[in-house]
Design a protein around this ligand. Sequence first.
Ligand code: DQA
Length: 155
Amino acid sequence: MRIAVLHGPNLNLLGQREPEVYGRETLAGIDARLYALAGELGVQLETFQANGEGALIDRIHESAGRVQGFLINAGAYTHTSVALLDALVGVGRPFVEVHLSNIHGREEFRRRSLLAPRAAGIVMGFGADSYLLGLRGLALRLRASARAAAPSEEV
Ligand code: DQA
């Protein structure tokens, strides 16, 4: 099983960006923890960060053939990007939405996620741990789907 982790705009600044909201952990630190957890779960992982909407969409298209699902923190595009939603839905792979902060406890414009209605699940408000919880949830979901499709095989 292979999962792609996508980090959206400004998440490359984690560690220095509004630490009171997003914590002090860097993106490299989060990725390292995700790879360690993926190893425990027996999942293959790839991670990617981009500030541009088009780059994220291209990566979704390009990686969909080799991954079974996506773990995505779309950053501010969460609240604005129909194109990102269409890409995720278009490639037909389940995705889990994650946020470091609780977007419902912040400004009004952050409370709406365009991705949420089509997400397999959402984890928010646990800082970097949101990603780890999201990865666990997505791996469980993918394993359950694979088992349902091929009950006799080891997945
Ligand atoms: C975020 C929340 C978004 O509103 C914001 O634009 C981000 C980060 C989060 O992880 O809490 O860039 O997705």
